[in-house]
Design a protein around this ligand. Structure first.
Ligand SMILES: NC(=O)c1ccc[n+]([C@@H]2O[C@H](COP(=O)([O-])OP(=O)(O)OC[C@H]3O[C@@H](n4cnc5c(N)ncnc54)[C@H](O)[C@@H]3O)[C@@H](O)[C@H]2O)c1
Ligand SMILES: [Zn+2]
Length: 372
């Protein structure tokens, strides 16, 4: 990795500025012992660790040992693995454990897992006894750079994803990069789609850095993955600090997501929840829309597409999806405001605009041309 492009790679915690709810994101490289010692401050009494069997089978012993050494009195509860377990029913099972175990108001809920565990554990923490302390130890790239930052917690409802939830900030987030070594390639690369997204919407220098260092970062080379995750957290934290409750600016985080949600809910992506892969396609499509709207130079769209391809992410729309099908699905998205499709379009790398005036003909042409 090129150290010159890496001036911010400090082990110092990253402060998320949210007034009295401000908190630190802490970084570690294979040091759960120190991580647990740092958590002590937030666990004055008992802790409930929420995780799942998959993660626990790999990293559970190491975390348990570290918590014991740090004298944190922790009980572990497992939820099922996968989005289909992110439900009120699962939350209710966790409340049962808390109530039966007589956990008090001073309990700390520790989420140890990916976004599913983090969203559900955060929601339980936000609601148990009207709110107990909550900390996150994210174990996927997506959870490190996206779901653990910003305070959105919640569960799915049979009629819609993330329909029930609360904004609830953690007391701290502890990121240990060594946990990522066991993550499968699809989930790892999917998380990098969100990392690349921050470069496009927010930080052209970071995008250029990724162009130089993407292989090292994906290879989990210590300095590179640290820089990629830290700058991503910083980007999301800045956006959230300016718009904690999604009034305006936070919408730019949806770059690539209008297309992605439609693609994810159709065809082969429906079975396998590869959100990042769908976002990758969506970012390519939105960049192409921007070029055809004469908002952006075509070199920028090529740079975005090339970087995503180098990260091993898909850049074309599955052939079996018809343009009309995708457009209909986008129009039925719950976030559509007064019938107009809204897109976050990059006007250049590092800057996006929100537009609701993309002609259907242009959309159809872009989708047709991106099918492979
Ligand atoms: N709160 C937010 O702001 C926000 C933002 C984006 C996404 N989300 C939510 O995040 C969820 C997706 O999160 P995700 O992508 O982390 O998926 P996930 O939590 O389902 O994890 C993906 C898979 O990886 C496994 N896994 C996790 N860590 C591992 C590790 N270190 N080694 C081996 N396997 C590991 C998990 O068991 C799971 O099978 C969705 O529910 C989504 O709605 C929330
Ligand atoms: Zn996303």
């Amino acid at each position: 990795m090129n150290p010159e492009t890496n001036p911010m790679n400090s082990d110092a915690p990253l402060r998320v500025m949210l007034g009295e709810r401000s908190y630190d994101i802490r970084f570690y490289h294979g040091n759960l012992a120190q991580l647990a010692l740092d958590l002590r401050l937030f666990c004055p009494e008992r802790a409930l660790v929420v995780s799942n069997e998959t993660i626990w089978a790999i990293h559970g012993c190491a975390l348990s040992e570290a918590l014991t050494l740090a004298e944190i009195d922790a009980t572990v509860v497992h939820i099922g693995d996968g989005e289909r377990h992110k439900t009120l029913q699962t939350a209710s099972m966790v409340y049962d454990r808390l109530i039966e175990g007589r956990f008090s108001r001073r309990t700390c809920v520790i989420a140890f897992g990916g976004g599913v565990v983090g969203d559900l554990a955060g929601f339980v923490a936000a609601t148990y006894m009207r709110g107990v302390d909550f900390v996150q130890i994210p174990t996927t790239v997506l959870a490190m750079v996206d779901s653990s930052v910003g305070g959105k917690t919640g569960v799915d409802h049979p009629l819609g994803k993330n329909m029930i939830g609360a904004f609830y900030q953690p007391r701290t987030v502890c990121i240990d990069f060594s946990l990522l070594r066991s993550l499968d390639e699809h989930n790892k690369r999917g998380g990098f789609a969100e990392i690349i997204k921050y470069g496009v919407i927010w930080d052209p220098k970071f995008f250029a850095w990724l162009e130089e260092n993407i292989e090292d970062a994906l290879g989990l080379e210590q300095g590179a993955v640290h820089h990629a995750v830290r700058v991503s957290c910083e980007a999301k934290a800045r956006v959230v600090a300016q718009d904690e409750r999604e009034g305006g600016l936070r919408a730019i985080l949806n770059y690539g997501h209008t297309f992605a949600h439609a693609i994810e809910s159709l065809g082969e992506y429906k079975e396998r929840q590869y959100h990042g892969q769908a976002v990758s396609i969506g970012m390519v499509a939105a960049a192409e829309v921007a070029v055809r709207m004469d908002m952006a130079p075509s070199e920028d769209a090529s740079r975005i597409r090339n970087l995503l391809a180098r990260a091993g992410l898909p850049t074309s729309i599955p052939r079996d999806l018809e343009p009309a099908q995708i457009i209909d699905r986008m129009a039925s998205d719950k976030k559509v405001v007064s019938g107009r499709l809204r897109f976050v379009l990059p006007s250049r790398i590092g800057k996006v605009e929100i537009r609701d005036d993309v002609p259907v003909d242009l959309l159809t042409a872009v989708i047709r041309d991106l099918r492979a």
